[in-house]
Design a protein around this ligand. Structure first.
Ligand code: FDA
Length: 545
């Protein structure tokens, strides 16, 4: 064989050998349970014969779409408490060939932490959630089963002037959330959660416990935004806390079409990413149904300008007057509160509610939903916005929502390859498209899902292209999946991978191949490992001749 390797043969080899070994699609759960008991494993183990099985399974399901009688269920759920217990579970799963899913807070939009078509075990980290805050060096160790709410609560217990730039919803788990990035209302000042991770403890596919030093910088890079369940099981994160003022200011101003919503949304696109980095104004768009207007038949769109300012009202008002006078913000519409109180405000709790609600892991309400995401580089013209409103007047959009979150500030300063999360300079804002419904049934689901697909298709000319970027924490299987039963080709995964990670996708594949070549941690959108050995042999053979 000659030494020359053409691009075509290289790609052919890549295509053939970039594969997932799905050899382990077997039900070995009895052997798995025996393995756990042989090593004196004390974590709770639930099978469908156990009376608590259903409640443990359902407790963390956040999307009712994956809580139906047809949803595939795990053969076993394990809830380890300590690192050594988690380690033992991984070792037994590997030994017996059981497929695993790791669950943190269970908020995965497509249910990937607790649903798959092959026989599987859930490792539910709900009992592994200690938080240790150190105010002296402004850091914290957070076990991966904790939620954002628990983290915020524990920080506030120790300090009024420290916070953390993670997500808005308190029930979201830090296991999946930080693994996929994790943004909240302070992203314009401090970036996202994953930008503020300084160390981690992880169990790899061989059952070894690693920290930042022992895992090395490539793997440490990959787990900060490369998505959960690809590189290992994160046991805990060490995070850098950020300074927050003693008082922040919040406001929510609702504007209907009759109150100039279209022009205000249009203008916001020019200023939202350019404000002072202390100011974050997002817009929540939905339809105001006739029933909420006192029974008349008028329907309108409501654009809710929802904001947090890291400072007091006196400093906010001149900034608003100078940059966005059209919104007409008045002093009496602003509320000053502590940062921790603001986490309750944005989670929808009323003023004066006890901070203890942050420790509650149950969402205020769970519904059926489907979501998608987009990134916007150029303002959408008013006519384009009006087309969106028309879609919102369709029947299926009664409970639809669009959330526009501004970028800019610190997000412009962080390099797009700094961590796998690539969405930085150039983005004006991110859109989350959502549609909710309340009745079970495939037909109802199909109707709503096809509505959001129509909206997504309508948005094509207005949003990022080549790739049409998406946020992995708003997981969307419509943009591409790995082949669950057969082989996962690199080229197949690249379709969705470049949307989530842009140019960082190849480095993620490289890390995955190095740390988990047998693809032990996998799901429909996990990073594929490329089996390089045949390629290596091919190259070496060539050189030897
Ligand atoms: P879940 O347990 O479902 O895990 C998600 C993925 O990570 C799965 O693939 C899972 O296997 C894996 N995983 C979990 N723990 C792991 C671990 N320890 N090690 C390795 N892999 C692990 N996002 C955002 O950025 N800002 C926001 O404000 C919000 N708000 C929000 C509100 C609501 C109501 C929902 C449903 C979702 C959000 N999100 C969000 C999206 C959220 O960040 C995303 O769904 C996270 O992945 C959820 O993490 P969980 O641990 O809760 O989910």
């Amino acid at each position: 064989m000659g030494p020359h390797i053409s691009l075509v043969s290289f790609l052919l080899v890549l295509f053939v050998f970039s594969s997932t070994s799905w050899a382990t699609l077997v039900d070995n759960h009895e052997e798995f349970i025996r393995c756990l008991s042989n090593c004196n494993q004390t974590s709770s183990v639930y099978t469908p014969n156990n009376s608590s099985y259903s409640s443990i399974l359902q407790f963390s399901i956040q999307n009712l779409r994956f809580n139906t009688t047809k949803t595939p269920k795990p053969l076993v759920i394990v809830t380890p408490t300590s690192e050594s217990e988690v380690q033992q579970v991984i070792i037994c799963a590997k030994k017996t060939g059981m497929h695993i899913r790791v669950r943190g807070g269970g908020h995965d939009y497509e249910g990937l932490s607790y649903v798959t078509e092959v026989p599987f075990v859930i490792i539910d980290l709900i009992e592994h959630r200690a938080i240790n805050v150190n105010v002296n060096d402004k850091s914290a160790w957070v076990e991966a089963g904790a939620t954002n709410g628990e983290l915020y609560y524990r920080i506030a217990e120790k300090s009024k002037t420290l916070g953390f730039p993670a997500g808005v919803c308190p029930t979201v788990g830090v296991g999946g959330h930080f693994s996929g990035g994790g943004y909240g209302l302070m992203l314009r000042k401090y970036g996202i959660a994953a930008d503020n991770i300084v160390d981690a403890r992880l169990i790899d596919a061989n059952g070894r416990i690693l920290d930042r030093v022992s895992m090395g910088e490539d793997l440490f890079w990959a787990i900060r935004g490369g998505g959960g369940n690809s590189f290992g099981l994160v046991l805990s994160w060490k995070i850098k806390l950020v300074d927050v003022p003693e008082k922040v200011t919040v406001f929510t101003l609702d504007k209907t079409l009759e109150q100039n919503a279209t022009k205000l949304v249009h203008k916001w696109q020019y200023v939202g990413s350019r404000f002072h980095e202390d100011l974050f104004i997002r817009i929540l768009i939905s339809r105001l149904n006739s029933s909420s207007q006192g029974g008349n038949n008028n329907q309108t769109i409501i654009a809710s300008f929802n904001s947090m300012f890291l400072g007091e009202i006196d400093r906010l008002l001149p900034i608003m007057q100078e940059n966005f006078p059209e919104l007409g913000l008045r002093r009496e519409e602003c509320i000053e509160m502590s940062w921790i109180e603001s986490t309750l405000y944005f989670a929808g709790f009323s003023r004066g509610e006890s901070l203890d609600v942050l420790l509650n892991r149950t969402q205020l309400s769970s519904r059926y939903f489907k979501a998608k995401s987009d990134y916007v580089y150029q303002p959408i013209p008013e006519g384009g916005l009006e087309g969106i409103w028309r879609l919102f007047f369709e029947d299926e959009a009664a409970s639809a929502q669009m959330i526009l979150s501004p970028y800019g500030g610190r997000m412009n300063e962080i390099a797009s390859s700094s961590i796998p999360f690539p969405h930085r300079a150039g983005n004006l804002y991110k859109i989350q498209h959502l549609v909710y419904w309340d009745e079970e049934g495939e037909e109802v689901a199909e109707k709503h899902i096809s509505w959001i697909r129509r909206l997504y298709s309508y948005m094509t000319p207005f949003v990022s292209m080549f790739p049409r970027a998406a946020y992995i924490n708003y997981r969307d299987l419509d943009i591409g999946v790995n082949n669950i039963k057969g082989y996962t080709s690199y080229l197949q995964a690249k379709v969705w991978g470049t949307k989530y990670f842009k140019n960082n996708f190849n480095r993620l594949v490289f890390v995955k191949t190095k740390v988990d070549p047998s693809n032990f941690f996998r799901n429909k959108q996990s990073i594929p490992s490329i089996h390089l050995l045949p390629l290596y042999n091919y190259l070496v053979e060539d050189k030897g001749e």
